[in-house]
Design a protein around this ligand. Structure first.
Ligand code: BGC
Length: 721
């Protein structure tokens, strides 16, 4: 039988490999009807039944007809096997499906949201959690994840800031490499998304227009994608948005010229959900056929959900808007991905029986703790080393397991997530814990709110320690969750005011997918921890930090604004001709607020203190900068050391700080260690007027510090030859 021959040929690439069996895919493509080709380009979602994901009746019909090439939102080996069997045994050519899912921060065991993980500033951790997620996902039959999400974001109104690595391209670059290695090293194909500049959506509104300079695109938004492609990512997803009027789904300059020609990407481009059909709403296509033609010609291989390729490409062919060769190219790429996934060698390789592995709960607990960012800590409030006798645990997020998972919780289950209340019962078995949710996260009836506030005040008054768990529901960040007001939702501010009015020292535990604007609470709480959404082991991770079992080590991967009016905000800004001067009216400032943020990028307290001495540098390119970091406190801790660069005089004005390196040192009390960073000559390069990297020899400032707060940086002037 002919079909077996082709499948046999493609079976050669059994592992996850970067080498595409081009000749063999071409042979198979030559055998296919147009309908079969369009089937390979169609990706559909499975249904979610109460008992788990299933293939809906109408999707099975489409599978049987060979009209689907890949499915997403389906997992579980049995379900995958059933769907794969239809593709392999009941379609004419028997081409296997691949199965995809959004695995952003864990499959079933959920790690902290990416923004929280970024706060750990540890590429080894980023890689390890990706690997653990991949192992779990593959055991459930999944072939590909729609991750990592690499959108640099400087606008916390945008809910999707939660899904990515924060504001800085250097951090995002390292994050991209680590995640692609972690996923693909374990056999799960990665799909960096959303290419590109989605994070710059106007006014922080999801799906809104994007209009940024080519320089900003090249310097800020593209580098993490380049890193992901260099790390071997097998797929990529364009953003829903446009860039200066050209939707990314139709953006040939980026999807073909930059991605494929300049960067050498030879993987598969998968549209975002329904994005091809939405080209008509963008106003760049008159109908489905035009939309399909624009996307295909731009370089989009797979149509996720819109059916625009199926319905539109035949018409586009008739109208001469696309050629069969263009369709064949996309089909060949999809087949090559399937070959790289080893699916021709064994379509059931991720659908056979598997030994259940223990879930990576210990890693989830450690990762949860490593994302917890200690923002304030007056008078050594934390850690609470002596178990409390009576504890008031107040607020709607103290026992909200589902919310602990955050947005994009994969196959994570609320009943397997541990919130703070049970974790504290565990670590402080003798403490009397008064748990008072007091108010819902949002909404609530006035009478019940009043009663809730009264109960919270009573509990706080009786307690020797008060923990206040406030913030957002998981659904308030992530996709389509932009917020114009970044204050506490519902009646939570009233709850905080009431509890603080008791005069008890209050530890504020803040759950959110973004920085929140709560200026007075940072001043009034005894300590504040940005917990973000810590995942399945939220409670134990937070308890580890509260009790001092784990020292806080996270640092902010985003600048934390004082007010919505400062947004967009990032530490890396060009100085302008009239930098802020409070004594000079005609300078760049607000008349009603300092320019400085609430907390700088990189801010995060330890429960010890660190010093940095003897900064020095040697060389003229490469240049090595050194400093000695010492633990001057009485507890062990981890310092994060940042190296920023500034070119004080350059043809193109440069930001006053640009991150080039970061590292961590864990030190016992009294211990000191030298930290050294070597910058190659290329690290001093910036994009010239033609957007080509160039080094302008001369003086540069290297700034070493524990955050981007300019007041605390140590500066070394160096000369690049
Ligand atoms: C999101 C993507 C996601 C896709 C599939 C879209 O709405 O923008 O990030 O991968 O859905 O779930």
């Amino acid at each position: 039988m002919r079909r077996r021959t082709f499948l046999g040929l493609l079976a050669a690439g059994a592992g996850l490999t970067r080498i595409a069996p081009a000749a063999d895919t071409a042979l198979l493509v030559a055998e296919m009807t147009l309908e079969e080709k369009l089937g390979q380009l169609a990706m559909l979602s499975a249904d979610y039944a109460v008992t788990g994901p299933t293939v809906a009746g109408d999707v099975s019909g489409e599978l049987r007809a060979g009209r689907v090439g890949s499915l997403f939102n389906l997992w579980g080996r049995e379900a995958i096997r059933a769907a794969q069997r239809i593709a392999v045994e009941e379609t004419r050519l028997g081409i296997p499906l691949f199965f995809a899912l959004d695995i952003l921060h864990g499959f079933r065991t959920i790690f902290p949201i990416p923004l929280a993980e970024a706060a750990a500033f540890d590429p080894a951790l980023w890689e390890e959690t990706a690997r653990a997620a991949a192992v779990e996902a593959i055991a459930a039959g999944v072939d590909l994840t729609f991750a990592p999400m690499l959108d640099v974001a400087r606008d916390p109104r945008w809910g999707r800031i939660a899904e990515g690595p924060g504001e800085d391209p250097c951090v995002a670059d390292r994050f991209a490499t680590a995640k692609v290695r972690g996923y693909q090293g374990s056999g799960l194909a990665a799909t960096p998304k959303h290419f590109a500049a989605y994070g710059a959506s106007a006014a922080g509104r999801d799906y809104a227009a994007v209009d940024i300079s080519e320089r900003a695109l090249a310097e800020i938004y593209l580098p993490p994608f380049r890193a992901a492609i260099d790390a071997g990512a097998l797929a990529l997803m364009p953003a829903f948005t446009d860039l200066a009027g050209v939707p990314l789904t139709a953006n040939r300059a980026l999807l073909t010229d930059t991605l494929r020609t300049d960067w050498g990407f030879d993987g598969v481009v998968i549209s975002d959900y329904n994005a091809i059909a939405e080209l008509t709403r963008h106003g760049v296509a008159a109908d489905t056929a035009e939309a399909a033609a624009l996307a295909l010609r731009a370089g989009v291989d797979i149509d996720m959900m819109s059916r625009a390729y199926r319905d539109g490409l035949p018409v586009a062919l008739d109208r001469g808007l696309v050629t069969l060769a263009e369709i064949d190219t996309a089909v060949a790429r999809v087949l090559a991905l399937k070959a790289r996934l080893g699916l021709f060698a064994d379509p059931f390789r991720r659908a056979g029986p598997v030994e259940p592995a223990p879930p990576p709960r210990a890693l989830a607990r450690a990762a949860a703790a490593r994302g917890l960012t200690l923002l304030t800590n007056r008078g050594d409030t934390l850690p609470i080393e002596t178990p409390p006798a009576r504890l008031a645990l107040i607020g709607p997020l103290a026992d909200a397991p589902a919310d602990m998972l955050g947005p994009w919780a994969g196959a994570g289950r609320p009943d397997e997530a541990v919130a703070l209340l049970p974790a504290l019962r565990d670590v402080w078995p003798d403490a009397r814990i008064d748990h008072v949710p007091a108010v819902p996260i949002a909404g609530g009836e006035p009478a019940r709110i009043e009663a809730g506030l009264a109960a919270a005040v009573a509990a706080a008054t009786r307690a020797d320690h008060v923990l206040l768990c406030l913030g957002e529901a998981a659904s308030m960040s992530g996709e389509a969750a932009s917020r114009a007001h970044l204050s506490l939702p519902g009646q939570q501010q009233a709850l905080a005011d009431a509890v603080l009015a008791t005069g008890k020292p209050v530890v504020l535990l803040l759950f959110s997918g973004r920085p929140l604007i709560l200026p007075d609470l940072f001043d009034r709480a005894a300590a504040t921890v940005a917990c973000w959404f810590p995942g399945s082991e939220a409670g134990p991770g937070i308890a580890d930090l509260l009790t001092g079992r784990v020292a806080p080590s996270a640092r902010l991967p985003v600048t934390w604004p004082r007010a919505e009016g400062q947004i967009p905000i990032a530490y890396a800004a060009r100085p302008g001709g009239r930098p802020e001067n409070r004594n000079d009216h005609y300078t760049s400032k607000y008349i009603d607020l300092p320019n400085s943020p609430q907390f700088a990028f990189g801010h995060g307290l330890s429960t010890t203190s660190f010093t940095m001495t003897d900064p020095a540098a040697e060389g003229t390119g490469p240049i090595t900068a050194r400093t000695t970091v010492a633990n001057a406190g009485r507890r062990a801790g981890t310092a994060t050391v940042f190296l920023f660069l500034h070119d004080p005089v350059s043809i193109i004005s440069r930001p006053t700080l640009e991150l080039r390196r970061f590292t961590q040192v864990t030190l016992a009390p009294g211990e000191r260690r030298e930290v050294a960073f070597t910058l190659a000559r290329d690290d001093f390069a910036a994009l010239d007027a033609a957007l080509r990297p160039a080094v302008e020899p001369g003086a540069f400032d290297l700034h070493l510090g524990f955050s981007a707060d300019p007041a605390a940086l140590r500066t070394i002037r160096v000369t690049v030859a």
